[in-house]
Ligand binder design. Structure first.
Ligand SMILES: [Zn+2]
Length: 294
C-alpha cells in the first residue's frame, strides 16, 4: 500500500504536466534566439522544443533522431531562413511532415556577400533591431494562425515585447552613435555582425566568412593580421559560440587589444545574455566599453 502511494505521488505530477503540455501549441524553433522570441510572444500557451541550444553553433549543427521526432510532433516550425539552417530544410524534407514551416526573417532586406564568386545572403539579420521587429511580427502572425483561440494574448505579449525592442533601439543609437570615428573598425571570429555594422557605421572584419564551417588558412590569417595593423583596428572580440584560440593568436600577433566576448549566433546558457534583449544589451555594452575611449 505504502509503495502504491509512493508510486501514485510520483505519477501524479507527471501525468498532470503531460496533460498541460498537450493543451499547449507544440512549436519547434531552430536556434536559441528564435526560442526566446517565440517564448516572449507565446508565453504560457506554447511548448517550445529548441534544436540548437545556448552557446552552440547552428552553422555546424548535426541534427539528432530526437530532433526528427520533435518535428513530427510539432504544430509549427520556426526557422531563421536566409540559408542559416540548411540541415533543418533537409530534416523537414526527409521527415515528410506537413507541419507549417515559417521563416522568421521574412521581409528582411538581406545583405549579400561575395564568397568565392558566389552571392551569399547574410543570415545574421537579428543583429539589426529593425529586423528583430520583423521577426517578432512574423512569429506573432504564425502563432495566431496556428492557435487563433489565443490571438488576444499573443498580440498583447507581442506589443509589450516590441516596447522593449524600441527602448533597446534608442539605447543602441545613443551608445554606438557616440563612438569616435577612428574606433569603428574591429574584428570578430566569423562575419556575424554585418547587420549591426550596417546600422551603426561600424566595420567588422573576420578571419572566417558568413559561416563557421570553413577554417581560415594560415595565409588568410596572416593577411588579416596585416590588415589589422594597417587599418589601426581598435580591438578584437571573441564569440560565445567559438573557441577563442584563433582570436587570441590574432590579437597577440597584431598587437590589437581583446575587447571581450560578443554573443553572435546563440544566447548564453546563463547570465544576462540568456535572453535576446540581454544578448543585445550585453553586446552593446561590450562594444561601447572597448571602443568609446579615444
Ligand atoms: Zn554565424
Amino acid at each position: 500500500m505504502r509503495a502504491l502511494l509512493v508510486l501514485f505521488s510520483l505519477l501524479l505530477p507527471l501525468s498532470w504536466s503531460t496533460a498541460q503540455a498537450a493543451d499547449k501549441l507544440a512549436v519547434v524553433t531552430s536556434f536559441s534566439i528564435l526560442a526566446d522570441l517565440t517564448r516572449q510572444v507565446g508565453g504560457e500557451h506554447v511548448q517550445i522544443t529548441n534544436l540548437v541550444g545556448a552557446d552552440e553553433d547552428a552553422h555546424t549543427y548535426e541534427p539528432t533522431p530526437d530532433d526528427a521526432k520533435a518535428l513530427l510532433q510539432a504544430r509549427l516550425i520556426i526557422k531563421n531562413g536566409l540559408g542559416f539552417e540548411p540541415w533543418l530544410d533537409r530534416l523537414v524534407a526527409s521527415s515528410a511532415s506537413n507541419t507549417p514551416v515559417i521563416t522568421a526573417s521574412r521581409g528582411v532586406i538581406p545583405r549579400t556577400l561575395d564568397e568565392d564568386g558566389e552571392q551569399i545572403p547574410d543570415p545574421h539579420a537579428w543583429h539589426n533591431l529593425a529586423n528583430s521587429e520583423l521577426y517578432v511580427h512574423n512569429i506573432t502572425r504564425a502563432l495566431i494562425a496556428a492557435d487563433p483561440a489565443h490571438q488576444a494574448d499573443y498580440l498583447r505579449n507581442s506589443q509589450a515585447y516590441l516596447q522593449q525592442i524600441y527602448r533597446l533601439l534608442a539605447e543602441a543609437k545613443a551608445k554606438l552613435g557616440a563612438l569616435p570615428a577612428g574606433n569603428r573598425k574591429l574584428v570578430t571570429s566569423h562575419d556575424a555582425f554585418g547587420y549591426l555594422g550596417q546600422a551603426y557605421g561600424i566595420e567588422f572584419m573576420a578571419p572566417q566568412g558568413l559561416s563557421t564551417e570553413r577554417e581560415p588558412s594560415a595565409a588568410e590569417v596572416a593577411a588579416l593580421i596585416t590588415q589589422i595593423r594597417n587599418a589601426k583596428v581598435k580591438a578584437v572580440f571573441m564569440e560565445n559560440i567559438k573557441n577563442p584560440r584563433l582570436l587570441q593568436q590574432i590579437a597577440e600577433e597584431s598587437g590589437a587589444h581583446i575587447g571581450g566576448t560578443l554573443y553572435s549566433d546563440a544566447l548564453a546558457a546563463s547570465g544576462p545574455a540568456s535572453s535576446f534583449i540581454g544578448l543585445f544589451e550585453s553586446n552593446l555594452n561590450t562594444l561601447y566599453d572597448a571602443l568609446s575611449q579615444p
